[in-house]
Design a protein around this ligand. Structure first.
Ligand SMILES: NC(=O)c1ccc[n+]([C@@H]2O[C@H](COP(=O)([O-])OP(=O)(O)OC[C@H]3O[C@@H](n4cnc5c(N)ncnc54)[C@H](O)[C@@H]3O)[C@@H](O)[C@H]2O)c1
Length: 330
């Protein structure tokens, strides 16, 4: 499907729009001619960063608001064609130390969002960001959408609940949602300030600063990293297709990649960073999911989406971006 003309003049609302995925999506939607409004609470320590949308700042509306505020949400969902629902507490470790904040944002606020849509804009096309973390430790690989949902952490439980609201409200009240279960994403505009939002961003920071990458148990664990541009393409293709309504799709990477290969590629690309092996810290090991890679066959068959960017190319582009704009991220 060609999405070039789908979004021109259409009104898109992005929750979490100043974060990593949201800002890259906003930039692409502006390129496609959409009228974009962002909602973001800019909670310190989360991924929101005004610099992320520097290049389109004059072309979009920004609402510094919290999705937990149902009164704001009731108003803000009105008269919009698309809702890209990306706001979230995304740190797995934070969900274990502060489970109630994760509950408020990833569950209670999610209920407020579907309720707002139900009463104030039931026609809005919703793309919801879910996560591969919902599957927990894989029973088989690659993991398809029929795999049991058995999260290993609080964030996975809450993201599952958030997704289920979307599905139930679509079935029962006729909302128009699709949920995308996203694997590990990397690329420009991701938070690098601390190491609680996924290992890849922290590896990139070490590569930028000439630091040291810690590999747990030799870094043999496998993931299927997906480059941000591929994720944005999946979101837009999904939003453009009515046959995706009510569906849950996995969005995975091009191939299984060991964590060690990611570290080695960064070493190769920068020559600046080193790595060393450590035992897995206990508090991380208990919520780790072991090896994971996604079967993205369902979205591929339904919408023709496939990831295109391989690791080396994606990391090169990512490093180039941060080299240029370091002071806004470190
Ligand atoms: N990045 C990944 O690898 C990944 C993988 C799977 C799923 N996801 C999902 O994708 C979505 C976006 O993730 P991201 O990587 O861009 O994270 P991010 O932290 O960069 O962006 C999330 C944004 O949401 C905002 N936000 C958080 N709580 C809010 C609230 N209560 N009200 C308003 N705004 C709030 C934050 O300020 C931030 O800007 C999340 O729902 C996440 O669970 C991301």
């Amino acid at each position: 499907m060609n999405i070039d003309n789908v979004f021109a003049g259409r009104k898109a609302l992005i929750t979490g729009g100043l974060g990593f995925v949201g800002s890259n999506l906003a930039i692409r939607l502006v390129e496609l001619g959409a009228k974009v409004m962002l909602i973001d609470s800019l909670i310190p320590d989360y991924g929101g960063n005004l610099f992320n949308i520097e290049s389109i700042r004059d072309q979009i509306e920004i609402n510094i608001a919290d999705v937990r505020d149902i009164h704001s949400m009731r108003y803000l969902v009105q008269n919009r064609d698309y809702l890209f629902n990306l706001a979230g507490q995304v740190s797995h470790t934070d969900s274990m130390t502060d489970p109630f904040t994760d509950l408020e944002i990833n569950v209670r606020a999610q209920l407020a969002i579907v309720e707002s849509c139900r009463y104030y804009n039931p026609e809005i096309r919703i793309i919801h960001a879910a996560t591969r973390q919902q599957y927990g430790r894989p029973l088989y690989l690659p993991v398809d959408e029929n795999h049991l949902v058995q999260p290993t952490d609080v964030n996975g439980i809450h993201k599952t609940a958030g997704e289920m609201y979307q599905m139930v409200y679509t079935r029962v009240y006729g909302l128009h949602s699709t949920s995308l279960r996203l694997t590990n994403i990397y690329g420009p505009r991701q938070l690098l300030k601390h190491n609680r939002q996924g290992f890849i961003a922290w590896f990139i920071r070490q590569a930028l600063e000439g630091g040291e990458i810690k590999l747990y148990d030799g870094g043999e664990q496998v993931r299927d990293m997906v480059y941000i541009e591929d994720v944005i393409e999946a979101m837009l293709l999904t939003a453009a297709s009515d046959k995706a309504i009510g569906e849950i799709f996995n969005v995975g990477g091009l191939r299984p990649i060991s964590i060690k290969e990611i570290a080695d590629t960064l070493i190769d690309l920068t020559g600046r960073v080193s790595c060393h092996d450590e035992p897995f810290p206990e508090h991380l090991k208990v919520i780790d999911i072991g090896d994971f890679y996604t079967d993205s066959g369902k979205i591929s068959n339904a919408l023709g989406w496939k990831p295109k960017v391989d690791l080396r190319e994606g990391l090169e582009k990512t490093l180039q971006y941060y080299e240029k704009h370091k002071e806004h991220y470190l």
